[in-house]
Every structure is written in C-alpha cells, then in structure tokens.
Write a protein that binds this ligand. Structure first.
Ligand code: F6R
Length: 607
C-alpha cells in the first residue's frame, strides 16, 4: 500500500527520499514521486511504474534539503503519471502526498470547481491539495488544519509549500505516520523501515494529530490546535533486519529467521524452572481475562489462520468458548458483545483496515480488547486496551511467514498463561512450556535439511490445482499452506479440514493432483491416514508432512517431509515451515516475483 517519506534538514534530500521509497517498495505500489523545495520553488517528479523509472527522470544531484516522496497503490484513479503523488495545487504553490481515502472527495471537487479551480487528475488526493491551497494565505499549518475540518475519510499526509522553506506539515487519521528525530534534521515516514538508516529515535503521531516539522523543531498538536506533549521512542528494529543480507528474497530470509525470531518472541516470557508464562502486557487485565465468558479472535488472511490455531489453543487450554472471525465480517454483522466478551485482534502490521475497524467496533460495544501485534507503535497496538507484541522483527516479504509462527507462539503463551490460572495443572503447564522452549531448535534442525521441499516444488509447480488437508491444529496450517502457494506462485490451491474432502472437494482429485497432507502424530493420525488413502485411490499425489520416525507413512505417500516431534498444540509452529518453503520454491520456479506478488500489498490499509 502507499508509502510516505519526508525530509527536512541540512543534507541533500533526494537520496534520502529515494532510499526511503526503495525501503517502502515491499509494501506494494504502482507509481512513485517526489517533491523538492528550495528558493526557486517546488520541483515535482512522478511516474507510473517502479522507482527506477522515477530515478531515470530526475537529476539525482539536485541540491534541495527539503522534500517529500511517495509510493502510490492506486485506489481512486488508474496508476498513471498524472495520478501519482505528489499532487500540486492549481497555482503550483503547495505539494501533498497522501495515504488513505478522502471519502467526500466528489462533493469537495464540485465545490472547488465552482470556485473556478481546474483539476489535473482523477484522484481524491488532488482534491485535498486544492482545498488546502483554497484556504492558504501564507500559513501552511493553518490552511491544512482548516481543510482537514472539511474532510471525511482517512489520511496520513505530508504537505510542503513553495514559500515555507524547511517546513513539512503532517497529519494523521487512520493511516500511520512517524517523525524520525535526527541532529538538525527531521524525517517523516509511514513506516519505520523508510527512515531506519538515518535514525531509530521516533515520535508516533496518533489519530487526529498534526505535526509541524522543521530541521530543528517538531511541534505536535491536535487538529484543533491543542498542543500535544509526546516523548521520543526508540525503534527496536535494526537496519540489517530490513536488508536481504545475502538471501535472494525477503520471504526466504524470513523463513530462515524463524528460529531466532521465535527465540526472541519467547525470551523472558517463559520460565522453565517455575513452569510459568509471564506476559507484562496482560498483567493489568489478567483478572478480567480469566473471568471472560467468551473470546473472539479477529484478523485477516494469514493472521486469521494463526487466530484459528489460537481458537483451538484457548478452548483446549483455557476452556473459554472462543470464536475466530474474519475482521471484515465481524464489523458488519452486528456482533453480540456482552459483559465478559474479550476481543483479540491479531495482526502483523497493526495497520490492516479491516482489523482496525473490527477492533473499533469491539471497543465501541464495550469489549475488553487485546492486540497481538508485531509492529510496535502501530494503530492496533495503540488502540487496544492491552496486548502482547510478537517481537519477531520486521517482516518485509509480502507473504507472511515468521509473523504467522510468531502469532501462534504468542497465542500459545496467552493460552498457557490463562490456562494455568483456570484449569491447567502445574505439570501440564510445565510440559507445555518445555515443548515451547524446544521449538526454536527444532525449527533450526528442520531448516538445515529442508532441500527436499525444493525438489517437491520443482516436480509439481506446473500443476495448476493443489489441495492442502489437515486435521485439528493442522487444519489452519492447511489453510495457510494453500494461501502461501496462491499468493506468490498464482497456483490455485484449497485448504480443507481433511475430513471435509469427502463432502465435495474429492470430486476435484484427478491423477497426479498434488495433495499436501499434514499427517503428524496425534489423536487423529489414523483418521488422516484414511484420508490419504481416499486421495490415493483417486490417483492424487500425496505430499505428507509427518513426524520424524514415522515409517508407516512412507508406503502411503509419494513424498514425506519429516518435521521434529512436538505436542499437538504446537505442531503448527513446525508443520507450517515446509509449506512456506514449498510455496516459495514453486513461485521461484515459475518465475514469479516472490517479494512483490501481483496485486498484493504488504499492509492492506483500505477496507
Ligand atoms: C498473507 C498475508 C496477508 C496478511 C493479512 C493481514 O501472506 O500476509 O494475508 O496476513 O493481510 O495482515 P496483518 O497481519 O498485517 O493484519
């Protein structure tokens, strides 16, 4: 989705803006642009396509020390040069970049056209810059404030004016913005990755706030001009974490980062000597949580699959009725939230529009809300009552991998934390925690010998239809495996609870159709062998994910990928990894752009 970068300071702005834009590429975009300001006026360059197209159009030696840059993911208006941001008002005095949607743009456009203003593009964003110019009389901050009062919709904006050298005005409603604090310089970004090369000191803007940024000063106010005092925070991510570091793709890097990521996620939170889980983010609401009558987990996509694992965990360990809801459905179906309902929003980015809307709905109806989020400072993190961070480091690959295992690990810890306070015996908790503590090493061991997944991908990557089957805790993993394959290799894949296959989808199975079956040791092992038999009888090619040491399965499957043994509730942490790798290799073999899959954006900030 769209990305924002801004710079005001002593250095040349253009290289900083272009580098920031490249760091935002992973979010998905279809055009890019920059506006630079100096005494000669505004210099705006923008183009449809990749950032290198923009670079070819611009003199990279330009000396300005003040400017803004944008990557656009088209919503209103096609991805053309004209519709790319920055947008400039009709008098060429003001330039603006915008993430979000101005919902009343048509009414505002009609009004402005009646005032004689001529528009150059079809975008809702141009409406906003024209409106700001309409109110501008030499004070950009005042004009932006005035214009935003007439706007409905969502925005993260950065605005510069020809006659206000060194000044960037930023405002946020529903679309994240942070200000990076340097020495004699400030940066502005929609994502910490864009500015991490320059500073880790940041100030987060909240919804309904504006910032006036100059090289030496950052002034925060509400939209109504009430001053806001907010401290500087440290971003915990390192530059290395957002670079490829020798890997071909971020997705592959992040798959291989999982052992360390989960180690960091668990660090300081599980205590093997006492068999206890400690979650600082839940301390203040533990009483309320243990008294909960119902838990609703809400999320989208991969996070929804992790939430579904969470549902199984909560019901088994905590014995509180739990449901998993697509965030987009939850919001619009008049959900029943009564006393004792806890709503947990699960999200890597913490900026997914549907998840945010579900969270807002839950809060408005009086639920206690928790966020299970990766990005510190994100909107879900800020808007939830309490929560637990994943701490798996930045996820740049569009296909979510380490965030999935991080979400499952956090939900497992929450389940054990609450379970121990309800029905779980000390021995059961100790066994659970010991198994959890072994997961990073087990992941490491699996990843050391994972080449087999590449051969499997090679053999079947030209098959256009795949099935993924799992039972119990591995049913969500089947869904996740299918999603991974679909989104990066564009192969059609369906994930199912294995037993459901015979209620219809079995009709799809033809000779040689790849069917991935997660058949690890557990209470339903015999049942899943039956399902494998059903597939084989119809000619399907079975790729089984099985527990190390299981010889029986070898005669039943074309391929067996072994994962280390763990308790059933934690199996998704291991069984998901071969499926991530199969999807990755299939996509590479089909020549797909793994880190920039077609039509996808990293963080879906529109509903
Ligand atoms: C798939 C994927 C998406 C996200 C979904 C939610 O690989 O990444 O399905 O999981 O868009 O995103 P977050 O977790 O940021 O809310």
């Amino acid at each position: 989705m769209c990305g924002i970068i801004g710079y005001t300071g002593q250095k040349r702005a253009l290289p900083i803006l272009l580098e920031g834009l490249r760091r935002l590429e992973y979010r998905g975009y279809d055009s890019a642009g920059v506006a630079l300001v100096d005494r000669n006026g505004l210099s705006v360059t923008k183009a449809a396509g990749r950032i290198f197209v923009l670079e070819q159009l611009i003199d990279t030696q330009l000396p300005q020390t003040h400017g803004i840059g944008h990557t656009r993911w088209a919503t209103h208006g096609a991805p053309t040069d004209v519709n790319a941001h920055p947008h400039v008002d009709a008098t060429d005095r003001i330039a603006l970049i915008h993430n979000g949607i101005i919902e009343n743009n048509r009414a505002l456009r009609t009004y402005l056209e009646q005032q004689g203003i001529e528009f150059r593009s079809e975008t809702d964003t141009e409406v906003l810059v024209q409106l700001i110019a309409h109110f501008y009389d030499g004070d950009l901050e005042a004009a932006v404030r005035r214009a935003l009062h007439d706007v409905t919709g969502t925005y993260g904006i950065a605005v510069v004016a020809r006659d206000e050298l060194g000044v960037i005005i930023a405002a946020r409603k529903g679309s994240p913005l942070i200000v990076g604090v340097g020495k004699g310089e400030h940066l502005l970004a929609s994502d910490p990755a864009a500015i991490l090369a320059h500073t880790t000191q940041v100030v987060y803007l909240d919804d309904g706030e504006m910032a006036r940024i100059t090289p030496d000063e950052l002034r925060l106010t509400t939209l109504d001009a009430v001053p806001v005092a907010r401290g500087v925070e440290e971003v915990e991510w390192s530059l290395e974490q957002i670079e490829l570091s020798g890997y071909d793709h971020f997705m592959l890097k992040e798959i291989f980062e999982q052992p360390e990521a989960i180690e960091t996620c668990l660090r300081g939170r599980i205590d093997l000597t006492e068999g206890a889980v400690r979650l600082g983010g839940l301390v203040d609401c533990t009483r309320e949580l243990t008294r909960a009558k119902r838990i609703i987990l809400t999320a989208c996509g991969t996070a929804w699959h992790a939430a579904l694992v969470g549902e199984y965990l909560f019901e088994e360990l905590v014995r509180i009725p739990t449901e998993t809801e697509y965030a987009s459905e939850f919001r619009y179906r008049n959900p029943i939230i009564d006393d004792g309902t806890v709503v947990i929003a699960v999200s890597q980015s913490g900026e997914t529009a549907d998840t945010l809307a579900a969270l807002a709905e839950a809060k408005q109806r009086g639920a206690l809300t928790l966020g299970v989020v990766n990005v510190v400072g994100s909107t879900v993190a800020r808007e939830s009552d309490e929560g637990v961070f994943l701490h798996v480091g930045p996820e740049i690959g569009v296909a979510s991998t380490k965030a999935f295992t991080g979400q499952v690990a956090v939900l497992a810890m929450i389940a054990c934390y609450l379970g121990r306070r309800k029905h779980m015996s000390p021995t059961a908790a100790m066994q659970f925690i010991s198994a959890l503590a072994q997961i990073p090493d087990q992941m490491r061991r699996f990843l050391k010998n994972a080449e087999q997944t590449e051969g499997i991908a090679e053999q079947y990557c030209n098959r256009e239809n795949w099935l993924y089957l799992g039972r119990g805790y591995n049913y969500p993993v089947a869904l996740e495996g299918a999603l991974k394959l679909k989104e990066i290799s564009y192969i059609h894949a369906e994930g199912l609870p294995a037993a459901e296959m015979k209620h219809g989808p079995i009709a799809l199975i033809t000779k040689g159709m790849p069917v991935v079956v997660i058949a690890t040791a557990g209470v339903q092992y015999d049942k899943i062998l039956n399902n494998i038999e059903e597939v084989r009888t119809r000619g399907g090619s079975v790729i089984a994910i099985a527990t190390e040491g299981d010889k029986e399965i070898q005669s039943m499957a074309e391929h067996v990928v072994y994962v280390p043994d763990t308790i059933e509730p934690l199996q998704p942490l291991l069984t998901s990894i071969p499926l991530q790798l199969i999807a990755y290799h299939a996509a590479v073999k089909r020549g797909c752009n793994v880190d920039k899959p077609r039509n996808l954006a990293k963080s879906v900030t529109v509903e």
